[in-house]
Design a protein around this ligand. Sequence first.
Ligand SMILES: Cc1cc2nc3c(=O)[nH]c(=O)nc-3n(C[C@H](O)[C@H](O)[C@H](O)COP(=O)(O)OP(=O)(O)OC[C@H]3O[C@@H](n4cnc5c(N)ncnc54)[C@H](O)[C@@H]3O)c2cc1C
Length: 404
Amino acid sequence: MSSTCSVVIVGGGIGGVSTAAALRNRGFLGDLTIVDAGELPYDRPPLSKDYLAGRKSLDDIALQSPDWYDDQSITLRNNTTVAALRADSGTVELTTGEQLRADRVVLATGGQAVRPRLPGAGIDALHVLRSAEDADNLRKVLLPGARILVVGAGLIGAEVASTALHLGADVTLVDPLAEPLSAAIGRDAAEWLHSVHAANGITTITAGIDGFEKTTDGIRTYLRGEPHHFDAVVLGVGMTPNTQLAEWAGLAVDRGIIVSAGQLTSNPAVLAVGDPTRRTVDGAVRKRAEHWEAAQHDGARAAATILGLSLPAETAPWFWTDRHGLHVEAVGQMSAATTAVTRGAIGEPPFAVFGIRHGNVVSAAAVNDSNAVRAARRLIDRAIAVDCRQLGDPGVDLRKLLRA
Ligand SMILES: Cc1cc2nc3c(=O)[nH]c(=O)nc-3n(C[C@H](O)[C@H](O)[C@H](O)COP(=O)(O)OP(=O)(O)OC[C@H]3O[C@@H](n4cnc5c(N)ncnc54)[C@H](O)[C@@H]3O)c2cc1C
């Protein structure tokens, strides 16, 4: 067991709250504090889905109830911002000047939505989506008939476009790629998934954007050389990790806070989890994961490291996204596949596409078929060789392949 008596977690997103929960679940009895700049910590995935659509409230999407923090003896310092970290002494300094000292500090600071440096990028009617406040502001303009441009058809952009359409807005979705998400789910599935926007009534345009101009009644931008007019624009073009505290504290940062397999930063008194991190596994620094489950798993690993316990087993990375009533999941690494097996027919959900390498499943993407992805994850994690004919046969129960 470790000698850690106190932990301060900076950030109350899924990464920070999961770290705290895992510490308590695994027997940590010391002082535990979460400092978060916002109100009661909430979950972000619903911000582009049920929360934006008005089907869920902020209370509904709270990560934990207010009582949970008391029950777990966790001090929640919400509406409180950390201004600086002194890694060697384990001290975090709040914007109020107050200092909190702990044996271990966990940075769980998430990130911010990217606002590209384009002409007009500061116009009021340009929205981004990272926080509940962003979603509240955006919802006010997603009115029936409102002309909405969504820039970026990846995960968040596609979800916002879908929600805006179903709220009655007149939606245009622009992306420089003809098959957004193809790196994550494969080209054919991505092509079909993108076509679903148009099939539902969204105008999709494959183009880049050079900038925006404010007009008397909204925003003008040029798409493929043609002027287009909108009441509001939503930018869904990526995330910038919040690495400033780590940088100022002298920790190793390279487009993300560099952490070990157990979430330790370059200073062993400080760990980091979630969206701002890049894990080093088997000597290779991975890309930032930027998915909900990855942040949750980081929290479990950080807790194990702090407690001196063995790390949870590695599992293939997974994410989900929802649009137009379709539930999409992907697991593993599509780029590692040399061939693909389709189960069902692309475009006729439920279907799944498995990425194969040397007779093993290395990835899977599915629409309305969570079972296929769950099975694929086990096949990947256990490195079970598969019979591709059986894998592609919807009549074969995938659990049978797991017993192979
Ligand atoms: C709109 C939206 C939809 C998404 N949908 C999906 C999805 O469908 N599937 C999926 O897998 N992933 C999805 N994600 C991604 C997922 O939500 C993130 O990967 C996850 O929230 C990362 O958690 P985190 O704890 O690292 O960071 P965050 O959730 O960003 O939390 C960081 C917290 O740190 C706080 N903080 C930052 N700096 C300070 C400071 N100096 N002092 C105090 N507090 C600070 C912030 O206020 C914030 O509360 C979505 C993300 C968004 C924004």
